[in-house]
Design a protein around this ligand. Structure first.
Ligand code: ADP
Length: 335
């Protein structure tokens, strides 16, 4: 299956996004976004997070020109979006929203075919592409292709929305609270699925959420917005949790930020306890050296030994204890 390949001359690859001095004041005088500088590297997934009303959606919609900026410039791969034809522009930008926006009277397969058909693909090519995309997002086209949107669960509808946004193989994806309408369990599942997909597709993604856990889980970098459309901090999840820029960010990332850091801090393989004298059988379990501290701690808690072996491939390279977890967290603060 070649879901990432060129499709009838439609856009592909990845792109970088640069916002410089971007502001938006609505007609009624509301300053939604205030002089925003933000750069998203090609292939990067950036989460914009913050309380409601702080300008995240407005920022997103300025990138695909659903809203025109009042000041500043937005470039995609060096091209000013305000100088691009909006229809042409949106061809290169997939847009996923919370309410999905599927056509209720069209079957799932037809919903996904919409974009390729719009761009002049033959029905058979559009159908084949739509089937590929449904498979890509984990929906069997045989089972779900002929259903109507109301015959799907919220999570399944959301996947169809992602499939449709990917249909033109756009280099850029904008996602506005894409997993907001589903329950927490399905939400984590969809997040994982999307991250897996993103590892293969490498799109440049700008994702808006009000959920700090989602932002920290998904983002290569996270932009925290404060009231008045001000970017309070733009950093990797690990930096953000270890060193909030100010009280607002510290408060927003929450008092559990120490716990959240477990999920973004790798095992410090240089400081494991030696394996000498410890046999694999003495250990409650093992984790791979690439695991996060959260995964290691979870394995530790499952065992009654209170420690966990760390392996690289089949080889045991050290032992991690609760003390080691604590040390690694402290060390990552100093790093
Ligand atoms: P967020 O996505 O962070 O919740 P929004 O970008 O939707 O925030 O909104 C930012 C601010 O702009 C809010 O105060 C909101 O009420 C206001 N706003 C949004 N759309 C409009 C509009 N069309 N006219 C006037 N104000 C608006």
């Amino acid at each position: 299956m070649d879901a990432t390949g060129p499709s009838g001359g439609l856009a592909g690859g990845t792109a970088m996004i640069r916002l410089s001095g971007v502001g938006k004041t609505y007609d009624d005088g509301t300053v939604a976004v205030h002089s925003l500088d933000l750069e998203v590297a090609a292939g990067e997934l950036v989460c914009l997070v913050g309380p409601s009303g702080c300008g995240k959606s407005t920022t997103l919609k300025m990138v695909n020109r659903l809203i025109e900026p009042s000041t500043g410039t937005i470039e995609i791969d060096g091209v000013d979006v305000t100088r691009s034809d909006p229809v042409e522009l949106r061809r290169g930008i997939g847009y996923v929203i919370q309410q999905v926006g599927l056509f209720p009277h069209q079957r799932v397969l037809r919903n996904v075919m919409t974009v390729p058909l719009l761009y002049g693909e033959s029905r058979s090519t559009a159908r084949a592409r739509a089937r590929e995309l449904l498979e890509l997002v984990g929906l069997d086209p045989e089972t779900y292709g002929d259903r109507y949107p109301h015959q799907l669960s919220g999570g399944q509808r959301q996947r169809v929305g992602v499939a449709r946004a990917l249909a033109a193989n756009p280099p850029v994806l904008l996602m506005d609270e894409p997993f907001g309408a589903v329950d927490p369990v399905v939400r984590v599942h969809l997040q994982d699925e999307f991250l897996r997909l993103q590892r293969d597709l490498g799109k440049t993604v700008l994702l808006v959420t009000h959920d700090i856990d989602e932002a920290v889980r998904m983002g290569d970098r996270v932009g925290v917005f404060a009231a008045g459309g001000r970017l309070a901090q733009y950093a990797t999840p690990a930096e953000l949790l270890a060193r909030p820029a100010d009280d607002f960010v510290a408060d927003f990332v929450g008092s559990e930020r120490g716990l959240r850091r477990l999920s973004v801090t790798p095992i410090d393989v240089a400081r494991l306890q030696p394996v000498d004298g410890v046999r694999a059988g003495d250990l409650g379990g093992t984790v791979d050296a690439s695991a996060t501290l959260e995964e290691a701690l979870a394995a530790m808690l499952r065992s009654d030994r209170g420690m966990v072996g760390v392996r690289r491939g089949p080889q045991l390279i050290g032992v991690l204890t609760p003390d080691g977890v604590h040390r690694a967290l402290r060390a990552s603060l100093d790093a």
